[in-house]
Design a protein around this ligand. Structure first.
Ligand code: ADP
Ligand code: MG
Length: 376
């Protein structure tokens, strides 16, 4: 398509970063396999995937530390595919964000600015601004070993933002912190990024972290983007079994479509006693085999048989994990399949009924449209 070569891409904020058909191979192995992605200005975007899915390779190509086998990267209207890392208006912060141990906090933050030979006054003004931003002004003279893990992370972020990069890349930014500190730092990090209006792509294998921090997420596996969307889009409307299981807990049931109308679908699942009813059509061939994903929090538990034609089954309570505000029940269906149901503790309190107990016979049921049909 010659059009691409002649049209200069605009600096449209909706197409701030354009990743066009990027491929990276190592020998016969596709580490990144034809990725297309557009990032908006000021967006916090997460690449989520398990180890080896190609997240770091994609990030390193954006930073210029790897050369794409194929494809094009355009940032703010400029083709940067062939630029050297130091010529790119991009900063990358690694999991091991190694601060310079012999330098103070302020010297660490000033380092990149000095290398760029910014005027002295400008450097000290920016360092001061960054210290304030990450609330580390009091610690300006300290050395890294005199700081906690969370504080070191904040200094590393300040150092990355000091050069006002057009794009900030974070590879497992909170990987070095323990769980509690991580959760607190996630919100702090988002606040800081939003305050300076940074455009940011972060890599994580932690689904909760991606959902907490990012406005949009791409789920990556085998070098490809499996689904791109807001956290709730992906959680509520997964496009495959893979994304449904990757984003949170779910129950997957195999079934066959027996009726596919314009406004409803009926599916027979061998594991369930009653058919599944969806209040919408799904299209596709007659009698197609599909899967249903039903989230544990959408599955209710009753002691009486539901007076319904659809969407229930009997089962036996096999395991209970009581977690205070809610409980997770493992319910074995007559077929032997285990279904997980997550019920708020207040449900039982509200109706003043005892929680189901081990080996009790119960019925599971879910609302009409809480089963997501998946074709692969
Ligand atoms: P992630 O960051 O999602 O864990 P990576 O991008 O590091 O995944 O790796 C993706 C795939 O590419 C893996 O199969 C990995 O072994 C391979 N890979 C990454 N870097 C290299 C390299 N320099 N040489 C050969 N193979 C590599
Ligand atoms: Mg990685």
């Amino acid at each position: 398509m010659s059009e691409k070569a002649t049209t200069k891409p605009g600096t449209d904020p909706a197409h701030y970063l354009q990743i066009k058909d990027i491929v990276k191979t190592y020998g016969d192995n596709y580490a990144v396999d034809h990725v297309n992605l557009t990032i908006k200005k000021n967006e916090i975007f997460a690449l989520l995937g398990s180890s080896g899915s190609g997240k770091s390779t994609l990030l390193r190509m954006l930073a210029g530390m790897e050369t794409p086998t194929q494809g094009q990267i355009i940032l703010d209207g400029e083709d940067i595919t062939k630029l050297q890392p130091y010529d790119r208006p991009i900063n990358m912060m690694f999991q091991s964000y190694a601060l310079f141990p012999h330098m103070s906090v302020e010297q660490n933050i000033a380092f990149g600015l000095k290398q760029d030979k910014l005027p002295k006054g400008e450097i000290s003004a920016r360092v001061e601004e960054m210290l304030r931003l990450v609330q580390m002004s009091k610690y300006a003279k300290r050395k890294p070993h005199q700081l906690s893990g969370g504080q070191q992370q904040r200094v590393a972020l300040a150092r990355s933002l000091a050069k006002r990069p057009k794009l900030l890349l974070l590879d497992e930014p909170l990987g070095a912190l323990d769980k509690k500190l991580r959760q607190q730092t996630q919100l702090e990090l988002v606040n800081t990024l939003e305050k300076v209006g940074a455009t940011c792509i972060m890599v994580t294998h932690d689904q909760e972290e991606a959902m907490t921090m990012a406005s949009r997420i791409a789920i990556m596996s085998d070098g490809q983007l499996q689904q791109v969307g807001t956290p709730s889009d992906i959680y509520d409307y997964p496009n495959s079994r893979f994304t449904a299981e990757f984003m949170g807990e779910t129950n997957i049931l195999a079934g066959k479509v027996t009726e596919d109308g314009a406004d409803h679908t009926i599916i027979q699942c061998p594991d369930l006693q009653q058919p599944v009813y969806l209040g919408h059509g799904i299209g596709g061939p007659e009698d197609q085999n599909i899967w249903l994903s039903i989230r544990p929090e959408d599955i209710n538990i009753y002691r009486e048989q539901p007076p319904l034609e659809y969407n229930w089954s009997a089962g036996i309570v096999k395991e209970i994990a009581y977690l205070g505000s809610f409980g997770i029940f493992h319910i074995q269906l007559p077929s032997g399949k285990i279904i997980k149901s997550q019920v708020l503790s207040s449900y039982w309190e509200q109706y003043n009924i005892p929680m189901p107990t081990w080996e009790e016979k119960v019925y599971i049921n879910w609302p009409d449209n809480q089963a997501s049909p998946l074709t692969h």
